[in-house]
Design a protein around this ligand. Structure first.
Ligand code: NAD
Length: 277
């Protein structure tokens, strides 16, 4: 039987490839035969990822791109059309949120989060989707968050609203496009930290005593996620191994969403409500 995880001859566009889960996904796709278009605002970090992929004998085109800007995304697809003429996999990973009390956030803050996490993902998905629908084949995956399904209770209302929109986009586009060969799925990570984000993570934990324990109370598996945890899942979704899988929202959360919220919530007067990160 042929290797159903083989991505040889396929072109994958991944955003957020200078760090974390986007970088891990891009490396995994390349290890399994795909050529890559890498989107990140961090030019130097993105070029490092491209070099690692080229060393594997695959093509990698690093593009400096802010996924919240439509004009940047238009340039990406001009390059993809010219250099490859097709796109088979899209992973929407990049995009920043903003934490803040719901009664204090400005509408500019709200728009910033939606522009990054919702409109950027939708526009990128639309551009890739148009090309995939013409081909009659493609796999799209977007990173949402556990925050799009359950309340984190830590002044993340706008982030959670945006991630809920990503989840619903996935369901709607899967319904519209799967019969035409394009599968659309979402991955919902819990707290995930890698070598490039460890220092910022440690600083955040030391600013908020008890936050680490609060997070870990919510993860039955007993540890935070690592970017490498996404590799197998992303490869499966990208490849023919998941050819009947579409419209699914997959937690990558060490059991967080399966657990009753009471397991992770300390008390209304405890750290959860008021902890700032
Ligand atoms: N890490 C977590 O705990 C966690 C949990 C749930 C969801 N998520 C979501 O997963 C995604 C990736 O998280 P990560 O931890 O792998 O991130 P990370 O911080 O390790 O890497 C993010 C990368 O995206 C790039 N980036 C950020 N905004 C961008 C933009 N507008 N345009 C282009 N590039 C941009 C950064 O330069 C960076 O290289 C994010 O959307 C995040 O909200 C993360």
């Amino acid at each position: 039987m042929s290797n159903m995880f083989d991505l040889s001859g396929r072109v994958a566009i991944v955003s957020g490839t200078a760090s974390g889960m986007g970088e891990a996904m891009a490396l995994t796709f390349a290890e399994n035969g795909a050529d890559l278009v890498l989107l990140d605002m961090n030019t130097a970090g993105n070029e490092e990822t491209a070099h690692a992929i080229e060393k594997m004998g695959r093509r990698a085109i690093p593009l400096t791109c802010d996924v919240s800007k439509y004009s940047d995304i238009d340039k990406v697809y001009e390059t993809v059309d010219k250099e490859f003429g097709h796109v088979d996999i899209l992973s929407n990973v990049a995009g920043n949120g903003k934490q803040g009390a719901a009664d204090e956030m400005t509408m500019d803050d709200v728009m910033y989060v939606f522009q990054n996490l919702v409109l950027g993902r939708f526009y990128n998905t639309q551009q890739a989707g148009r090309r995939m629908l013409k081909q009659g084949r493609g796999s799209i995956m977007s990173l949402g968050s556990i925050a799009g399904v359950s309340s984190l209770g830590r002044q993340q209302s706008v982030y959670g609203m945006a991630m809920a929109a990503v989840i619903h986009m996935t369901k709607e586009l899967s319904t519209e496009w799967s019969g035409r060969g394009v599968r659309v799925n979402a991955i919902l990570p819990a707290q995930t930290v890698g070598p490039k984000t460890q220092a910022g993570w440690d600083a955040r934990m030391s600013r908020s005593p008890g936050l680490k324990e609060t997070f870990l109370h919510g993860i039955p598996i007993g540890r935070f996620g690592s970017p490498d945890d996404i590799r197998g899942l992303a490869l499966w979704l990208a490849s023919d191994a998941s050819s009947f899988i579409t419209g699914v929202i997959i937690p990558m959360d060490g059991g967080n969403l399966a657990m009753n919220a009471g397991g992770g919530y300390i008390s209304p007067t405890g750290v959860s409500h008021s902890t700032k990160a």
